[in-house]
Design a protein around this ligand. Structure first.
Ligand SMILES: [Zn+2]
Length: 275
């Protein structure tokens, strides 16, 4: 599953390659990728549109057009590939043919990815509609303060690890990064979310930003399936606890458990449970 750093890496890479390109026509091979609009209307609405910017909200990519926004989620294995104009290859479900003879292909082996097309470019109103109405602030959002996050956490009895994965509370952290954040903030992943003090919530937010910043700088983790081009994500070499054998601080053996059904790695000595 691509996480925020991978999606941000894809966004930056794609932006370099498709900005200013004009869509001549759209080919749809697998219609169910398109969610909020009929496939025929999707094709008509995109014809002649020029990509003016590429933004991100949580793990969604936003293709900014003229009076329209295409919102794309890669889910498990989606990726974008830029090619010359040629017939669709296997697993290419939506193809944007550009006027310059190149084409952008949405490739998705498991077909879980989604596209929603909004015929307005007013982001404030788009953020109030599905699917983006379920996406909370991400750690880079200036509006998200430790106080605001603490207040949200006060209402949640679930383990902090589960809360960090809930994109409605704070978006952007996936399984790998949530483990790293709990380790850096020295919090046991099964700690009840509402037991965390404001100080510890501030540490969670600080480390969430730092981990994501570092991952983005290194091109994400196992990036090759999620990119428009081959980028090797180097963040997997920097992981401290996720999939590790021993704690980098105390050398204690790393414990692996399931929290909310997700494989979770932590150090029993370094990460305390709030009582
Ligand atoms: Zn340790």
């Amino acid at each position: 599953m691509p996480e925020l750093p991978e999606v941000e890496t894809v966004r930056r890479d794609l932006k370099r390659h498709v900005l200013g390109k004009t869509i001549q026509r759209v080919g749809i091979v697998y219609e169910k990728i398109i969610r909020n609009i009929a496939p025929d209307d999707f094709m008509v609405a995109l014809q002649g549109q020029t990509i003016s910017d590429l933004k991100r909200k949580g793990k969604y990519l936003l293709f900014m057009l003229e009076g329209a926004v295409l919102v794309s989620h890669l889910r498990m294995e989606g990726k974008y590939i830029l090619k010359k104009d040629e017939p669709p290859a296997k697993h290419e479900h939506v193809i944007f043919h550009f006027t310059d003879g190149s084409s952008l292909r949405y490739h998705d082996v498991r077909k879980f990815g989604t596209m929603d097309l909004f015929q307005t470019d007013d982001l404030e109103s788009i953020y109030l509609m599905p699917p983006l109405n379920k996406v909370g602030h991400d750690p880079f959002d200036d509006e998200l303060t430790p106080e605001m996050l603490h207040e949200r956490f006060q209402k949640i009895s679930k383990p902090i690890k589960t809360t960090l994965l809930d994109q409605r509370i704070m978006s952007g952290l996936g399984n790998i990064y949530a483990d790293e954040v709990c380790f850096l903030a020295k919090i046991h992943p099964e700690t009840s979310t509402k037991k965390l003090s404001l100080e510890r919530v501030a540490a969670v937010l600080f480390h969430a930003r730092e981990v994501l910043k570092k991952a983005i700088a290194l091109g994400g983790t196992t990036i090759k399936s999620f990119s428009s081009h081959e980028i090797s994500g180097r963040f997997q070499n920097e992981l401290l606890v996720h999939t590790k054998e021993n704690c980098p601080n105390c050398r204690e053996r790393i414990t692996k458990i399931k929290v909310g059904g997700r494989g979770t790695y932590f150090c029993e000595r370094c990460q305390r449970m709030e009582k």
